[in-house]
Design a protein around this ligand. Structure first.
Ligand SMILES: *Cc1c(COP(=O)(O)O)cnc(C)c1O
Length: 446
């Protein structure tokens, strides 16, 4: 493994891009990140010609790895060469909206935007306008993009902005509770119920080690929001069209949120976001309603073509079966490995997502555990110790993960996500060999 080209590129980048990157997490790899030259199926090749099995997969948008199926490529190329965009409506955005509305249980109508962040910003604005209230409840460690209302730290109603440059007054309207804590959810509605516009939650904490909901957690949030006239917003930017396949996580969990935010996969590898929900609420956006929302690039024809054709291809082929099968093989294999090497660690994830959380405390054995990844089943022998909140994940051996384990995996040609918190993704391009090689590398690195 050499990295001279990446080092030189990073040196140049540092002069013109802050921290050498355009999104902070990319620089989490030290001393400098590999620059990627190209992808090939389930693999990436960096600027120095080193080849890796890629489990980062763009951090979520790629269902097919780095090989788009032919119909996706054809649709992208034809839309790119025809325009590429007009500032006027096109048929492809109607078709894409029809597809999403047909498959996602709670969505009748949607507004496309250009990123997950834009989607959550607009969803907060819509929820506040709809309810006439200001407060948004979020989960500690939940991620909703780089937006003012949700970038908070602290607890409960004592939150402050987690970044300089955000006025304290934003955080005053944001209440942060621990994920999976039903009592905290009840308490926040007892104390602030009349001021809460919405609860915004990832159906699975997917940007913080992957934490699945305990039994009844989302039902509790659904009941509380309904009882208090607040909206339930599922941020499915990561889980949408990944967890649960075409029905998304809400279909898998049997919960109908009032609003859903999408991003990542629905753009087929291009920048995208969307806010979906009932026609009654979504029509409050301009021009049918009063809540201002607009975007030069929104519903971009190339993005719409890529997103729609990728989801159509998934509807017509064995894409999710393949991905979920490999995900299961990977997580089960990981459980066998940590049972021998580090039984306190927790294998997390579901469907096409996986992570190994380096938890410090856990049972000495993997007997009678949730097979195929921590599912927060109360009957599991590890239920009392497995991570249930972001704080639990953060208490893990994050330095060991980053400084020792990640580089050891890279040396073996396996590219994992940039830190202990980001999810890793299985795609249609990955093979059983990729999984088995990756497991072998875990065995050596742990
Ligand atoms: C990635 C992500 C976002 C932000 O999306 P961007 O396209 O990066 O702005 C928001 N919410 C969740 C759950 C995400 O995973």
């Amino acid at each position: 493994m050499t990295d001279e080209q990446s080092r030189d590129l990073y040196d140049r980048a540092l002069s013109v891009l802050p921290g050498g990157v355009n999104s902070a997490v990319r620089a989490a790899i030290e001393p400098y990140p590999p620059f990627i030259e190209r992808g090939d199926g389930g693999h990436v090749i960096d600027a120095d010609g080193d080849r890796y099995i890629d489990w980062v997969m763009g951090l979520g948008p790629l269902l097919y790895g780095h090989d788009q199926p032919d119909p996706v490529q054809a649709a992208v190329q034809s839309h790119a060469s025809e325009g590429p965009m007009y500032g006027m409506p096109t048929e492809i955005e109607v078709e894409h909206a029809e597809f999403v509305a047909r498959h996602v249980p709670s969505v009748e109508m949607l507004r496309f935007v250009n990123s997950g962040t834009e989607a959550t910003v607009s969803a907060c604005r819509l929820a506040r306008a709809h309810t006439g209230r200001d407060k948004i409840v979020v989960m500690q460690g939940g991620y909703h993009g780089a937006q003012e209302s949700t970038l908070v730290e602290g607890e409960y109603d004592d939150t402050s902005p987690s970044s300089p440059g955000i006025p304290d007054s934003f955080a005053e309207h944001t209440l942060a509770v621990p994920f999976n804590d039903r009592e905290a959810a009840h308490r926040v509605f007892e104390d602030h119920g009349e001021d809460i516009a919405a609860v915004m939650v990832e159906p699975i904490l997917a940007n913080y080690g992957i934490v699945r909901p305990v039994d009844g957690y989302h039902e509790t949030l659904r009941d509380l929001t309904e009882d208090h006239g607040a909206l339930l917003i599922f941020d499915e930017v990561i889980t949408g069209f990944r967890v649960g396949g075409l029905q998304c996580a809400q279909g898998k969990f049997g919960i109908d949120p009032d609003l859903t935010t999408f991003g990542k996969l629905i753009g087929g590898g291009f920048p995208v976001g969307a806010i979906g929900g009932s026609a009654e609420i979504i029509e409050e956006f301009t021009p049918s309603g009063e809540v201002f929302q607009a975007g030069t690039f929104s519903g971009h024809p190339v993005t719409m073509a890529a997103g729609l054709e990728s989801l159509r291809y998934a509807a017509e082929n064995d894409v999710y079966d393949h991905i979920h099968g490999l995900g299961e093989r990977l997580r089960t294999g990981l459980q066998d490995i940590v049972a021998d090497h580090a039984p306190e660690y927790t294998v997390t994830g579901t469907d096409g997502m996986f992570k190994l959380v380096f938890s410090r405390h856990g049972p000495e054995s993997y007997d009678a555990h949730c097979a195929g990844g921590c599912a927060q089943r109360e009957s599991c022998s590890r239920f009392d110790t497995c991570p249930k909140t972001a704080a639990d994940v953060a208490r893990g051996e994050t330095d060991r993960w980053r400084r020792v384990f990640w580089p050891k995996m890279r040396e073996q040609g396996v590219f994992l996500s940039q830190n202990q918190y980001e999810s890793q993704f299985v795609t249609y391009a990955h093979t059983e060999d990729d999984v088995d090689e990756t497991l072998e590398a875990y065995k050596n690195a742990l």
